[in-house]
Design a protein around this ligand. Structure first.
Ligand code: O7M
Length: 218
């Protein structure tokens, strides 16, 4: 991932390969990385990671959450396919998370662990565990964590636990989070999807979010 140039990561949750490549072509310059997850990989095949990674840095959002050996196998497939960053869940525990950290490091890639998610349901099971999950990410040696832009106060709390590890933060725009509030709370990067990919003018919308980010930096 590029080092905090625009501080934006595009969530490329579209189902067509052509649409995905078209969006990366027109929007690539506004984003430090492109996040590709299950929707596009299932619709377009794993090869889409290689295609997009030839145009921009790709984070594969597989929210990996299995036993260590299976995690390793999943990581290696995604890394071989071109991802330079991966997302794993922290809740399966240290051994599972460390397997992901080890695999990503072998490829010089980044591993981000999910703490508390951005949707309302995260308050049921994840929020009470978020601090422990953030500590687990640090202990395992993750590059950083995922924390919710929909609850900037939680970004602040997680920042106080993880020190200078990286926070990538989804939930801006369609889910109601504010780019400025998330950056001010301590997010390093914002993950933004539908409000840009579904806009009538995606480039204008990306420019608008980018100007909000710039205006909120110290
Ligand atoms: O801006 P959106 O709502 O269209 O997209 C947000 C993206 O971030 C989408 O790809 C989600 O799967 C992802 N996401 C969340 O929305 N909330 C989370 O808590 C975590 C993620 C995520 O990216 O995890 C790595």
């Amino acid at each position: 991932m590029k080092k905090r140039e625009t501080r934006l990561i595009l969530a490329l949750d579209v189902l067509s390969r052509n649409k995905a490549l078209e969006l990366v072509g027109s929007l690539g310059g506004y984003f430090d990385a492109i996040k590709v997850g299950y929707p596009l990989i299932l619709a377009g095949g794993l090869g889409i990671l290689k295609e997009i990674s030839s145009l921009a840095p790709v984070i594969a959002d597989l929210k990996i959450a299995d036993i260590p050996n299976t995690n390793r196998l999943i990581c290696e497939e995604a890394l071989r396919a071109g991802a330079c960053g991966l997302i794993a869940h922290a809740f399966p525990g240290q051994d599972s998370l460390k397997a992901c950290v080890k695999s990503t490091r072998a490829y010089g890639a980044d591993l981000f662990a999910v703490t508390e998610m951005s949707h309302p349901g995260a308050s049921e099971f994840m929020a009470p565990l978020a601090e422990s999950l953030a500590k687990a990410a640090v202990e395992a040696g993750a590059t950083g964590v995922v924390a919710p832009a929909t609850r900037p106060e939680r970004i602040k709390l997680i920042r106080s636990i993880i020190g200078d590890k990286i926070i990538i933060s989804p939930g801006v725009g369609t889910q109601g989070g504010s780019a400025a509030d998330a950056i001010k709370a301590g997010a390093d990067y914002l993950i933004v999807g539908r409000s840009i990919t579904g806009a009538d003018d995606p480039v204008a919308e990306a420019e608008r979010v980018l100007s909000q980010v710039k205006a909120s930096l110290p």
